[in-house]
Write a protein that binds this ligand. Structure first.
Ligand code: SDX
Length: 423
């Protein structure tokens, strides 16, 4: 493999490695040759480990930069839409008008889901968490769809990617309608992607302000390099499993409060804080090593600066709440006061803990009528684009199953002791 020579001296021997150059950001030390030595690399949480190559998304955490195929997230959030970003992530280029129209048509034509999925949804408990419903429905999709496909065939992968991008709004809408105890809805043929999703959720044609806000939220959640849920989709996809199963695994990973579940947790935290006079007590709890409480919506493995998506959402909060006539929302005011105090607090400043994408998204979602327990399903709706684009990119190379090693700390070999002889 070509690259800059590097060597590792261990226990008196020298192992020749190589550094592979990135087009942007950190280069990587290729440690594949270590398999021939008697040591592995050790990096729980993959803090400084690259698991793959990718050309989809670049994040500069120190500068707070996020690019999708080289385009700034600020420009995409302001000028583009979810289906155009999906096309960009899948193909590498922004579409021409005719390319976009063909792609948009293929997605809108595939939004219906098998009738059996409505029966599956209705069979779930009325009080099931929306992410449990979504995970069930996305996994159940594999029971209805034709799973036979040649993963090496780019056209076949593109078709199934379009199917998943198309059907996710319908599944998320089913989860939200089920939670609301309302009749389940089907996609309207004459509405655009995001408007159609909102119409399925709300049961009426959505206000243009709400559609714009949701469009921006979806674009901001589309992809984010090798985050936990995307890495889960890649790792499960590396076994050759079908994309429905790989996406279901990703949905499960996203649900966690340290990841996509944080947006729901931010709302719960703001409601627990209640009002500005309690902020200091919560900031103190967040700094107490003996208190498991974390300031939800703050901090990020990569961003050691303001998450650019949070900055866009903070501005969007104002626009949306103003146009909905709720700009004086106590929740927004409390979030802004909490952000201000945290960013003045040495604990957060020293650790470079800034608001992330989850800090403001929930305030907008609440304002447009999405219940907080369903926030993460909206995150999944945005991220399906990244999951399928990353899955597709992974399959463009020779598939190698992901199989991490370990640092073994268990007992050495010992003789079996029959039950009667045990102490
Ligand atoms: C997302 O990976 C992605 O790209 C994810 C995502 C995407 O688009 O896919 O961006 C979406 O998941 C955003 C993150 C949402 N999660 C939250 O908001 C939950 C709260 N945040 C933390 O749990 C935490 O910041 C993480 C999980 C996001 C990041 O954790 P790391 O990188 O493992 O950092 P760490 O735990 O090692 O923290 C370093 C220090 C520690 O203190 P010390 O041991 O140095 O004293 O910072 C502290 C942590 O205790 N810290 C926090 C904190 N986050 C980190 N202290 C209080 N509150 C916090 N939120």
């Amino acid at each position: 493999m070509n690259g800059e020579a590097a060597s590792l001296r261990i226990r008196g021997s020298e192992i020749e490695l190589c550094v592979r150059a990135a087009t942007l950001g950190q280069d990587v030390l290729d440690v594949g040759k270590l398999v021939a030595s008697d040591v592995f690399t050790f990096d729980p949480g993959f803090v400084s480990t690259a698991a793959c190559t990718s050309a989809l998304t670049y994040i500069d955490g120190d500068a707070g930069i996020l690019l999708h195929r080289g385009y700034r997230i600020e420009d995409l959030a302001a000028e583009s839409n979810q289906l155009e970003v999906a096309y960009l992530l899948l193909t590498g280029e922004l579409p021409t008008a005719s390319e976009f129209e063909a792609f948009r048509h293929s997605v809108l034509a595939a939004q219906a889901v098998p009738a059996g999925l409505y029966d599956v949804c209705r069979a779930l408990p009325a009080d099931a968490h929306p992410m449990a419903v979504l995970n069930t429905l996305s996994a159940a999709l594999a029971a209805f769809e034709d799973l036979a496909m040649d993963m090496a065939d780019e056209t076949a992968r593109r078709e199934v990617a379009i199917k998943l991008i198309a059907k996710m709004p319908t599944l998320v809408a089913m989860a939200l309608r089920h939670q609301a105890g309302k009749p389940l809805t089907e996609p309207e043929p004459n509405l655009d992607y995001t408007a159609n999703f909102l119409a399925m959720v709300l049961g009426n044609t959505p206000d243009a302000v709400v559609v714009d806000a949701m469009e921006r939220i979806l674009v901001l959640h589309a992809d984010h390099e090798q985050n936990a849920s995307t890495s889960t989709v890649r790792l499960s996809g590396s076994t050759g499993t079908n994309p429905y199963a790989a996406v279901s695994a990703g949905i499960g990973a996203l649900w966690g409060p340290s990841h996509g579940g944080a947006n729901e947790a931010v709302l719960a935290m703001l409601e627990e804080v209640g009002d500005a006079e309690h902020i200091d007590a919560f900031l103190a709890r967040a700094q107490d090593p003996d208190d498991p409480f974390k300031l939800m919506g703050f901090g990020h493995r990569i961003y050691k600066n303001y998450d650019p998506r949070a900055a866009i959402l903070r501005a969007s909060c104002h626009e949306v709440l103003e146009s909905l006539g709720t700009v004086n929302s106590p929740l927004l005011r409390l979030a802004q006061a909490l952000e201000k105090r945290a960013l003045e607090d040495d604990y957060f400043v020293r650790r470079k803990l800034f608001p992330n994408v989850d800090f403001y998204s929930g305030i907008i979602l609440r304002a447009i009528g999405i219940p907080s327990s369903a926030f993460t399903t909206i995150f999944a709706l945005g991220r399906i684009v990244g999951w399928v684009a990353q899955w597709n990119e992974m399959h463009r190379e020779t598939l190698k199953i992901g199989r991490p090693r370990q640092l073994y700390l268990g007992p050495g070999p010992r003789a079996f002791v029959a039950m009667p002889d045990r102490a």
